[in-house]
Ligand binder design. Sequence first.
Ligand code: F6R
Ligand code: MG
Ligand code: MG
Length: 365
Amino acid sequence: MKLTISVIKADVGSIGGHVAPSRKLRAAVAEHIATAGKDVLLDHAISHTGDDVAILMTHTLGTGNAVIHQLAWDAFVKGTEVAKSEGLYGAGQDLLKTSFSGNVKGMGPAAAEMEIEERAAEPFLFFAADKTDPGAFNLPLYLAFADPMNTPGLLLSPKMSKGFRFVIMDVNYTEGDRVIELNAPENLYEIAALLRDPERFVVESVWSRATGEQAAVVATSRLHNIAGKYTGKDDPVMLVRAQMNFPATGEILAPFAIGHFVAGGMRGSHQMPLMPVPLLTGTSYFDGPPLVTSAGYCCHNGKLTEPVDNFAHPFWDTVRDATARKSMEMRRQGFFGAAMLPMAELEYTGIVEKLNELEPRFTVR
Ligand code: F6R
Ligand code: MG
Ligand code: MG
């Protein structure tokens, strides 16, 4: 059957700073989806990663559908009402427009959706990251879908040996979706040349070249390009199909053991390593470290199983220890050099203002 998997997420308020949404907020979102989505959705699951609430939905209405997007938008409006009534921080933060106009794209919430031909067994992984931006998934996707050092399936499986097509978006372009399609393995160096700049070039989707099936989709929205200023980190979500013609679950998870440095953490303005954490984890040290959760699902006729918590396994404790050490190492150099993000990526204007004030005081000898 043709099935659409949609995940739409937003930060509409959290407890104790940018840490985690309240139970009541999550309940309001869940209640709206359960009642208003009853006749529209095949299934759904509500979760949170850091301060972001994600609504995972299965249905048959295709991607970018107005009914589905309205459902999620209204749920976040309900969540915002609770956030305001509880005095939560950043209430309604990601709802950048006052009225809904058919699609959450460009309105604040982020969406990752794919329409697929459901397989007899349909294992897929739902990733959500907080305190970072969509380019955080560039490296894991490159390693999982293009590097046989990470993914032996690229050598072992005849279908996977045909490689994968990467659709990469220039997220600085705001007039429309500026994308390029590149094939692995032939265009490996071109793909790497773009993906090394995760603030500008972001993997939007990955496709099997053997079968044409979609393997992955990432929410690519950059909030500062919508609002014209920083309103928070973009905190991306991603869906990745696993097994058979796609990488195995373990091949998709393996790159997250690196704890690679990403944009995010304190005031959305630092470089910090990405820490894989159990589902429903909040934020802590230095408003980070940037965190990522992974829920594994299977579905049949759109009905979801319960999730498996991929980063709850004891293996990831060692990774978390290493990532915590890496975080503290980086923090030892404070604001200096690589620790703080380049000017264009800072969430605050203080440094630009200071430089402007100092400008006339420079003299040329
Ligand atoms: C992302 C997030 C951060 C904040 C940033 C600025 O979820 O919470 O990127 O947007 O720390 O927050 P303020 O200015 O509210 O302290
Ligand atoms: Mg936040
Ligand atoms: Mg967030």
